[in-house]
Design a protein around this ligand. Structure first.
Ligand SMILES: Nc1ncnc2c1ncn2[C@@H]1O[C@H](COP(=O)(O)OP(=O)(O)OP(=O)(O)O)[C@@H](O)[C@H]1O
Ligand SMILES: [Mg+2]
Length: 367
């Protein structure tokens, strides 16, 4: 038995496994027109990602519904889809959900790094077979992109801007010609992409910039900028659900009050945007304070409450776990966050129990 057959003991299974029954239900009820090569109609893909109460489909991506619609439309066309944005804004999550819904397979993924080579993008060889049998389809090791073209699926290209420029250039011709040549295979050399094939790339605005991408490659993608969630209630909802899901799958029970999560989200949103709820400007730390970090802090704090506390998450554990996010490499960040505690948090602590706990905990951490 492989780990994929027994999803209970693996840390994170792929979206098509996690949501297998939702996908099956959507498919069974899907009477809308479906583009060739797609597993679901565009409407059903939308429901899978944004949720649908009638069919008991959960919402998975929060904050920008029109972006999801545009992304789906892009993937039906000739252009690839490029999701750009700050770290932790769910670019990878969205690309995983789209490929799970559209192709039923989110595993065809190329991870872009400084060491990505042309082989990773096209194909390489099983050298034992190559020497024994000469070049053949069997001796060829197809890249995720090759497999996606051959089977008419989506391929995900994570962090494409981290690849060296010459590797990005390989993508230009592949995306316009929609075929891969394997000259060694003689008559079978040319492989044409089947319908359903397309590329979803993601790029992080804080790393090697999108501006370094050649304009030829940029032209082959429709760009969508994924922004941090602005709506407070939405973000609270997301953090609550995500933490609950993580706790459930780890079989850990912790009592979580919405108000405590609301405090965490408020602090994150204020530090991220440089402005308090009341409109006072504050200094923002350089460290990334995305929703993904908020989820991580809340989850770690919940574990602390379970294993070191009374099984009830309070603002104290949140303050403790915040350290790991804030204190990364920039000493000034600590000062900025301390300033936030000395002013904004202090003021609220006068009127609110949770904020008081939050402040008291931080005081002993950062005297
Ligand atoms: N709008 C959102 N909707 C749903 N989940 C979100 C949203 N924003 C952030 N998240 C949370 O962030 C987590 C991580 O997101 P993900 O890894 O996809 O981010 P990313 O944009 O790819 O980050 P990076 O640039 O660092 O690769 C998600 O699993 C989810 O918990
Ligand atoms: Mg990512």
């Amino acid at each position: 038995m492989t780990t994929e057959d027994n999803p209970s003991n693996i840390l994170r299974s792929s979206a098509e496994l996690r949501y297998a029954d939702e996908l099956a239900r959507l498919r069974a009820a899907d009477n809308d027109p479906r583009p060739e090569g797609w597993q679901l109609s565009p409407r059903a893909v939308r429901r899978f990602i944004l949720g649908d109460d009638k069919q008991a489909i959960s919402r998975k991506f929060y904050g920008d519904d029109p972006l999801v619609d545009r992304a789906i439309v892009t993937l039906m066309g000739h252009q690839g889809l490029m999701l750009v944005g700050e770290p932790g804004t769910a670019k990878s999550l969205l690309s995983e959900l789209l490929s799970a819904a559209i192709s039923g397979d989110s595993a065809l993924t190329i991870q872009g790094t400084a060491g990505t080579t042309e082989d990773h993008i096209k194909y390489s060889w099983n050298y034992a077979l190559l020497l024994a049998e000469g070049p053949s389809k069997r001796a060829m090791v197809a890249s995720p992109l090759y497999q996606a073209m051959e089977s008419g699926k989506l391929v995900r290209f994570e962090e494409i801007t981290r690849c060296p420029p010459e590797i990005q250039d390989v993508m230009i011709s592949l995306m316009s010609e929609k075929q891969i040549m394997v000259p060694e295979l003689g008559e079978q050399a040319r492989m044409h992409a089947r319908r359903g094939f397309n590329v979803i790339a993601t790029a992080n605005l804080r790393d090697r910039g999108v501006h370094e991408m050649s304009s030829a490659l940029k032209r082959r993608f429709n760009f969508e900028t994924v922004r941090p969630i602005k709506d407070h209630a939405f973000e609270v909802e997301l953090v609550l659900r995500q933490v609950q899901r993580d706790l459930d799958s780890a079989e850990v029970t912790v009592e979580i009050e919405r108000d405590v999560i609301a405090l965490l989200v408020t602090a994150f949103q204020e530090l991220r945007s440089g402005q308090t709820r009341e409109g006072t400007p504050i200094r923002t730390p350089d460290t990334v304070m995305s929703t993904a970090e908020a989820v991580n802090v809340a989850y770690a704090a919940a574990l602390e409450a379970r294993y070191f506390g009374a099984g009830r998450l309070s603002a104290r554990e949140i303050a403790n776990q915040l350290q790991g996010v804030v204190l990364k490499d920039n000493a000034d960040d600590l000062k900025r966050v301390q300033h936030y505690f000395d002013t904004v948090v202090r003021e609220r602590a006068r009127r609110d129990e949770h904020w008081k706990t939050f402040r008291d905990a931080a005081r002993s951490l950062w005297p």
